[in-house]
Ligand binder design. Structure first.
Ligand code: GLV
Ligand code: MN
Ligand code: MN
Length: 394
């Protein structure tokens, strides 16, 4: 399976992935998902928000055990963030089928749409629409870098944007959700464990800062006469770093648009996107408030996700089952994470949810150097299969 998808959306120059939601690479990956499901005799459905579901058994009678993740990527992202969870889901079902396991309740694989929000700015688009925390009107009107609205992009992909929105029937099929994911740090390297489980997701959000100025000639405009928006922007970046260090949180300006973008002109507008996260929600909010006041920019919130504390009973059960399946002396370690996930959105909507992390030796993520050893990925599948089997018994 890995061999079949590793070339899709890969930039041959950098080795990074370009898998924006609804791009040709994403559409090919979705087709690959359908084929893998069909090959196993699973029933595939696409819900009204573009999320894909592959079912072993019919979830309309009794909510099922669901695993999965996403296939889109950040721009120039790594191979593992998302796809490892989908490939491992199919592989875990294969392990169970080979053992002659008959699930006592429906078992499903979910592929969530636009988890990264690389194209339209809002992460976990598919799960936010499904659970009703994102207004479908707002989603339809979001635009990408080409100025195309999500509604237009969906129409071009043959989907009907009018049907987006809360979908209690589909959500009601999910009795419990387990997302396997590559670790996006090096905690498991330090503990020496191939596999861990998630304890919590930090509160996090994205804000757009628009610094307005006056576009003008770079050669003929005296310094004193300029209204150059790059200056308050630069001060804001430095101040964000100071505030973050003081508050013990993280703050990042990772996306920047300088308009109109002439080397020989003072820009008229700088748009910069702040990503801020931390263990303490109040500290993150205080940083954003202080930076907004300091910047003088026009600031809009693109997304906000409060803290997610995963269900402790489910987490401990998973950790014990995963540890035993891998013949480890102890339960798999539980780690908090600063990364957002669809499992967090489902947990916040009241669906019992959990995550399994697979060790990443580089600790790097959202970059082509993101990695997991094949031997650890196989252990991840073993642990996931054991977890699914255990959950299907209850
Ligand atoms: C998703 O990976 C995020 O944490 O932004
Ligand atoms: Mn990611
Ligand atoms: Mn991910």
């Amino acid at each position: 399976m890995w061999g079949a998808i590793e070339r899709l959306g890969r930039d041959g120059r950098t080795g990074g992935y370009l898998r924006d939601a609804w791009s040709s690479a994403d559409l090919e990956l979705r087709e690959w998902f359908r084929q893998e499901a069909a090959r196993r005799g699973l029933d595939v459905r696409e819900d009204r928000n573009g999320n894909l579901w592959a079912w072993w058994g019919d979830p309309s009678g009794r909510p099922g055990v669901v695993t999965g993740s996403h296939l889109d990527s950040v721009r120039q992202g790594g191979a593992f963030d998302g796809p490892l969870g989908i490939v491992s889901a199919f592989a875990a079902l294969d392990v169970l089928a080979a053992r002659g396991f008959e699930p006592g309740r429906p078992l499903g694989i979910a592929c969530f749409t636009d988890e990264e929000g690389a194209r339209f700015g809002v992460p976990c688009m598919g799960s936010r629409l499904l659970t009703g925390v994102l207004d479908p009107d707002r989603a339809r009107g979001l635009t990408d870098d080409e100025g195309d609205s999500m509604a237009e992009v969906l129409r071009r992909a043959g989907r009907d944007p009018a049907v987006l929105g809360r979908d209690p029937e589909t959500l009601g099929h999910v009795g419990v959700f387990v997302e396997l994911h590559v670790e996006q740090g090096r905690e498991l390297v330090h503990t020496g464990d191939p596999v861990g489980v998630a304890s919590a997701i930090w509160p996090h959000g994205r804000w757009r800062f628009d610094f307005h100025g006056q576009a003008n000639h770079a050669g003929t405009t005296r310094l004193a006469d300029r209204d150059d928006p790059t200056l308050p922007f630069a001060r804001t970046v430095l101040h964000a770093r100071e505030l973050a260090e003081r508050a013990g949180v993280v703050a990042t300006f990772g996306k920047l648009r300088v308009s109109p973008g002439n080397a020989n002109a003072v820009p008229g507008l700088v748009s910069a996107w702040l990503d801020a996260r931390g263990g303490d929600e109040g500290a993150v909010r205080a940083l954003v408030a202080e930076l907004t006041a300091f910047s003088g920019a026009e600031v809009s919130t693109e997304s906000w996700t409060p803290v997610v504390d995963f269900d402790a009973v489910l987490r401990d059960r998973l950790a014990a089952v995963a540890g035993a399946a891998l013949a480890r002396p102890a339960a798999a370690p539980a780690l908090p994470t600063g990364a957002g996930h669809d499992a967090g959105i489902l947990a916040a909507a009241g669906v019992p949810s959990a995550m399994v992390f697979v060790r990443n030796p580089t600790g790097i993520s959202h970059s082509p150097e993101e990695h997991a050893e094949e031997s650890d990925c196989r252990l991840g599948v073993t642990a996931l299969a054991a977890v699914l089997e255990d959950l299907c018994r209850s």
